[in-house]
Design a binder for this molecule. Structure first.
Ligand SMILES: NC(=O)c1ccc[n+]([C@@H]2O[C@H](COP(=O)([O-])OP(=O)(O)OC[C@H]3O[C@@H](n4cnc5c(N)ncnc54)[C@H](OP(=O)(O)O)[C@@H]3O)[C@@H](O)[C@H]2O)c1
Length: 324
């Protein structure tokens, strides 16, 4: 089969389109013919071998032999199943995030444990399905498990124009929440059209210094001081970060308990639970409440170009790879 393989860490030049053996499913695994995949920040980080401590999991000097095909999010058709697999059979359309099961999405076939997969919603295309798993799980777990978002509240999403935020604006819109979306100017019209009530260009205005307060802040690109973010919360507000600068995330972990002791505000760092809420996303999709925002698609051979584009952060929503 064809796959994007890398044998050393570095920029997109390390990625090669190569022929590799088609994997064979173990007893608990499903072999999926991949029709679409999408790009996530973790693919970018994994390719660069950064932050350095993540090499404990991926290999210190070089990526380990068994995880040399990047890509987390897949959508495709079940080709074969191992003898213990109960939920799926050949021909089923499935999707999921493989970040805890060896990556491997940028290939014609991949093996995945059945627990990493869910059936695709009816009417969902492979490209739409591939855009959902990692970004939408961070959104749902950030807004609800960490943020406890309720109808009628004021929500701010920082870095709203990417995968997490474009799902976040659409999901919050279904709940009668007042939404402020923060991103660069080229993404603000799109965010308004998805349902944002207010938009802020972060290059023009610092949301932590405009005097406004929010019940929930969902941050996909934590760059500002956590104390400043906490000051932008309403008295019982929750700040939930899913990612951003590592020193800021550490600051959130260290200062969060102290801020909660001194006030009723909460600071939370979301740890992704892959694939946990795919059934909920299927419900929203089938009810017409969420339509993934997609950029591309790019063919498998153009994964390096697609990752370069993703690295420039000019994309809107999710960057899609199609594998026919
Ligand atoms: N917590 C976990 O377990 C976990 C697991 C996986 C991934 N993650 C993290 O979750 C995040 C995923 O977010 P995503 O998929 O939505 O990313 P994304 O698609 O890259 O979108 C991020 C958006 O933020 C904007 N941005 C950049 N700098 C900004 C700033 N200073 N202020 C406001 N906006 C800014 C970017 O646009 P411009 O650059 O054009 O401004 C882009 O539109 C990543 O940080 C990733 O590392 C966390």
């Amino acid at each position: 089969m064809k796959a994007i393989v890398f044998t050393e860490y570095g920029s997109t030049d390390v990625l090669q389109l190569t022929e590799v053996p088609t994997p064979v499913p173990g007893d608990d695994e499903v072999l999926v013919k991949v029709h679409a995949a999408s790009i996530n920040d973790w693919d970018w980080a994994y390719m660069h071998g950064e932050p350095f401590f993540t090499r404990v999991f991926t290999g210190f000097l070089k990526p380990r032999l068994n995880i040399r095909i990047p890509g987390c999010d897949i959508a495709g058709q079940v080709e074969a199943v191992g003898k213990n697999v109960e939920r799926f059979q050949a021909g089923d359309n499935v999707y999921g995030d493989l970040c805890q099961s060896g990556f491997g999405a940028f290939a014609e076939y991949v093996c995945a444990p059945e627990t990493a997969l869910a059936p695709m919603a009816s009417g969902m295309t492979f490209n739409q399905a591939a855009s959902i798993p990692q970004a939408a799980m961070l959104t749902v777990q950030g807004l609800f498990d960490a943020g406890n978002l309720q109808a009628g509240q004021k929500l701010l999403i920082n870095g709203a124009g990417g995968g997490v935020g474009t799902f976040g604006v659409q999901i919050a819109r279904t709940m009668g929440v007042e939404i402020t979306a923060v991103d660069s100017s080229i993404k603000l019209d799109m965010l308004r059209s998805l349902g944002a009530d207010h938009v802020i260009d972060y290059r023009e205005e610092d949301f932590t210094r405009n005097g406004r307060h929010y019940d929930v802040i969902l941050d996909t690109r934590t760059k500002r001081s956590i104390l400043d973010c906490a000051r932008s919360l309403s008295p019982h507000g929750v700040y939930a970060t899913v990612g951003g600068s590592m020193p800021r995330i550490v600051q959130a972990l260290l200062l969060g308990p102290w801020i909660s002791r001194r006030s009723k505000k909460k600071i939370r760092v979301v740890a992704l639970k892959p694939n946990k809420d795919l059934a909920y996303m299927n419900e929203l999709f089938e009810a017409g409440k969420v339509t993934p925002v997609m950029d591309g698609p790019y063919p498998l051979s153009e994964v390096p170009e697609a990752l370069r584009y993703f690295g420039k952060a000019e994309h809107k929503g999710k960057v899609i790879i199609t594998i026919v």
